[in-house]
Design a protein around this ligand. Structure first.
Ligand SMILES: Nc1ncnc2c1ncn2[C@@H]1O[C@H](COP(=O)(O)OP(=O)(O)OP(=O)(O)O)[C@@H](O)[C@H]1O
Ligand SMILES: Nc1nc2c(ncn2[C@@H]2O[C@H](COP(=O)(O)O)[C@@H](O)[C@H]2O)c(=O)[nH]1
Length: 188
C-alpha cells in the first residue's frame, strides 16, 4: 500500500522544522522527504538527513533531467527542490511521507497529489515574532533575515490555499494540535 503525504509549509522561521521533527518521533509511520538544496550546510546539518547538499551545477543538471517533483529558487541564487526518487523511495516502503517545504512548493505538491495529501500552513503569531525567532536561531546574518521576513509578508497570504492552518504560538499546544491533525488525516 502506498503511503499518504503530509506537507508542512510556512514562511521561514514560523517553526515548521521544529514541528516536523517532533512528529517524526511519534508513532505515525512517517518518513521525512529529504529535499535537495544548493545552499551550504549549517554546522549541525548532515547530507542525506537534513538535505541533499548539491552544487548549483548538479542541481541544474537534475532540473534538466526532470528529476524534481517541484523545485524553486527560494532566495535569489539558492535552489531547493523535492526529488521524485525521494518520494518514491519512501512510499515503496509503505511509509507516510512528510514534507518541510516553502509555501509555493507546498501548494504545488498538494495540487499534484490532491486528496492523498494533507497540506498544513504553519502561521506565526506575528511577523515581529517571526523575526525574533530567526534572530534567536542565529543561522542567518541580519541581511538574510531581512530577506526572509520580507518574503514572509507575501507568503502569509497563501494560507487559504492550504487544507489546514496551524498557528504556532505556544509550542507545546502547537505540537498537540499538530498530532491531532495527523491522527485525523491518517484515520480517514
Ligand atoms: N512556538 C515557538 N515559540 C518560540 N520559538 C519557536 C517556536 N517554534 C519554533 N521556535 C524556534 O524558532 C526558530 C525557527 O523555527 P524552525 O527552524 O522550526 O522554523 P522553520 O519554519 O523551519 O524555518 P526555515 O524555513 O528557515 O527552516 C527555531 O529557533 C525554533 O527553535
Ligand atoms: N519549494 C521547496 N522549498 C523547500 C524545499 N526544502 C526546503 N524548502 C524551503 O526553503 C526555505 C529555506 O530553508 P532553509 O533550510 O534554508 O532555512 C524554507 O522555507 C524551506 O521550507 C523543497 O524541497 N522545495
Amino acid at each position: 500500500m502506498k503511503g499518504k503525504l503530509i506537507i508542512f509549509s510556512a514562511p521561514s522561521g514560523a517553526g515548521k522544522t521544529t514541528i516536523v521533527k517532533h512528529l517524526l518521533q511519534q508513532d505515525f509511520g512517517l518518513e521525512f522527504s529529504v529535499s535537495a538544496t544548493s545552499r551550504q550546510p549549517r554546522p549541525t546539518e548532515v547530507h542525506g538527513k537534513d538535505y541533499y547538499f548539491l552544487s548549483e551545477n548538479d542541481f541544474r543538471k537534475k532540473i534538466k533531467n526532470n528529476e524534481f517533483l517541484e523545485w524553486e529558487e527560494v532566495y535569489s541564487g539558492t535552489f531547493y527542490g523535492t526529488l521524485k526518487s525521494e518520494v518514491e523511495r519512501i512510499r515503496q516502503k509503505g511509509k507516510n511521507v512528510i514534507f518541510d517545504v516553502d509555501v509555493v512548493g507546498g501548494v504545488n505538491i498538494k495540487k499534484y497529489y490532491g486528496e492523498e495529501a494533507l497540506a498544513v500552513f504553519v502561521q506565526p503569531p506575528s511577523v515581529e515574532e517571526l523575526r525574533k525567532r530567526l534572530q534567536n536561531r542565529s543561522t542567518e546574518p541580519e541581511e538574510k533575515i531581512n530577506m526572509r521576513v520580507a518574503k514572509a509578508e507575501k507568503e502569509l497570504t497563501f494560507a487559504k490555499q492550504f487544507d489546514m492552518i496551524l498557528i504556532n504560538d505556544e509550542l507545546t499546544e502547537t505540537l498537540k494540535e499538530a498530532e491531532k491533525m495527523i491522527t485525523g488525516f491518517l484515520s480517514q
